[in-house]
Ligand binder design. Structure first.
Ligand code: ADP
Ligand code: MG
Length: 379
């Protein structure tokens, strides 16, 4: 890391920085400096064009290295992500050290109360806003090192966005097809009609291509918005409360569209929602609280539970839970997420049940044999 940082400085700068330490040899250093500053000039005069070009290229290469993150199985990796909004009077810490990993080709839901930082997170992932600190890698790109140009490139080629309020992307007096073609037209894409029809088909709207937007239902309009978000072939699709203004039946249908896109096109999809009914239909649900990942709900099959359950009693309990939740083949398991420094956010209900509150001293006992940690209020 430190080497990376040094490498962006030009060689001369680095030397100059190091030199003042040798104070006794100032005259010699002075002489060296003069020599140094002459050398590049001479070379410049000989091959001015070539030198300039290679320097520029070198800088580009260095920058490319800087924004390249290691390729892993994860499409999204956030560590200790912080976002602070500064206004004249106050500072709002919207994300305070959020950790999140999403595998390539995964579909996850993010839930949390209003103001918990969901949209802030999505804006960071979508390159619409810059994190204040932490690390954020998306599909092998390190977004914290991005320049404005990188952000533009990223938005153009990597991500697609769907909002709750799709009106800002759609033109009501144009048809579905024209709406999908419009952004392609602005970008000078070819084969627009063919592509628009293909995308409208992917969201189940083949029969409505010639309908004007204002003649379509909210759900259909949202499908058009999804089709538009796919126009640049994104590897990642981000949806902020995409079902926020439609009824439950329509919302289920929209979720099905996302699931189909995820399955057939392998797009990694992150859906922000405050609708737990919808979230329950998604295999992995990440809950954020106060700008931090607080828990995860992961759906597991019976087979997985059998494998993991340590006792018959435990298995029985888990299976009963799954049957009462109405899905005999799966059970939802809520997990608390441990952050990188070992802190965890305990479920509110547990704390209330035991009369514990923030600031309380807690005793943690390790039971090595059972591989468990017991937590209780200290007396
Ligand atoms: P959510 O989407 O979960 O409702 P947000 O990410 O929109 O939450 O907001 C998280 C916190 O950050 C809130 O306290 C909100 O007021 C604040 N916030 C969001 N955007 C801005 C902004 N542009 N300027 C100042 N504060 C903001
Ligand atoms: Mg929001």
């Amino acid at each position: 890391m430190t080497n990376d940082k040094d490498s962006v400085f030009e060689k001369d700068t680095v030397l100059e920085e190091a030199e003042p330490e040798i104070t006794e040899e100032t005259p010699a250093v002075e002489e060296k400096k003069q020599k140094k500053s002459k050398e590049p000039k001479e070379k410049k005069e000989k091959q001015p064009k070539e030198k300039k070009l290679s320097k520029k290229k070198q800088r580009e290469l260095e920058h490319e290295q800087e924004i390249t993150a290691p390729t892993t199985e994860y499409a999204i990796e956030c560590e200790n992500l912080v976002k602070i909004y500064k206004t004249e009077q106050i500072e709002v810490v919207a994300l305070q050290g959020l950790d999140l990993k999403v595998k390539r080709g995964e579909l996850v839901a993010i839930v949390g109360t209003s103001g918990s930082g969901k949209s802030t997170l999505l804006n960071m992932l979508g390159g619409l806003d810059k994190p204040s600190a932490g690390s954020l890698n998306v599909n092998g790109r390190n977004l914290l090192k991005f320049t404005e140009e990188d952000y533009m490139d990223y938005k153009r080629n990597m991500v697609g966005f769907v909002w709750q309020n799709n009106a800002r992307n759609l033109v009501s007096y144009l048809t579905a097809e024209q709406n999908v073609e419009l952004p392609m037209l602005l970008q000078g894409q070819k084969n627009r009609r063919e592509r628009a029809l293909e995308l409208l088909d992917a969201v189940g709207l083949s029969h409505r291509i010639n309908s004007r937007l204002d003649q379509m239902s909210g759900g259909e309009q949202q499908r058009v918005a999804i089709a538009i978000s796919l126009a640049n072939n994104p590897q990642i699709l981000l949806a902020d409360e995409p079902t926020g203004s439609v009824d439950t039946k329509t919302s289920d249908q929209l979720l099905q569209v996302f699931k189909d896109l995820n399955r057939t096109r392998g797009i990694t999809i992150v859906i922000v929602t405050h609708d737990m009914r919808l979230a329950k239909q998604i295999d992995r649900v990440i809950s954020i609280r106060d700008g931090r990942t607080s828990s995860e709900i992961i759906k597991k099959s019976h087979a997985e539970i059998m494998r993991e359950s340590q006792s018959l009693e435990e298995m029985d309990e888990n299976l009963t839970k799954s049957v009462t939740e109405g899905e005999p083949d799966f059970v939802s398991e809520e997990l608390v997420v441990l952050d990188r420094t070992g802190r965890l956010q305990l479920p509110k209900e547990y704390l209330e049940e035991l009369g514990m509150k923030g600031g309380d001293r807690v005793k943690a006992d390790l039971d090595k044999e059972a591989e468990r940690i017991y937590i209780r209020k200290a007396e």
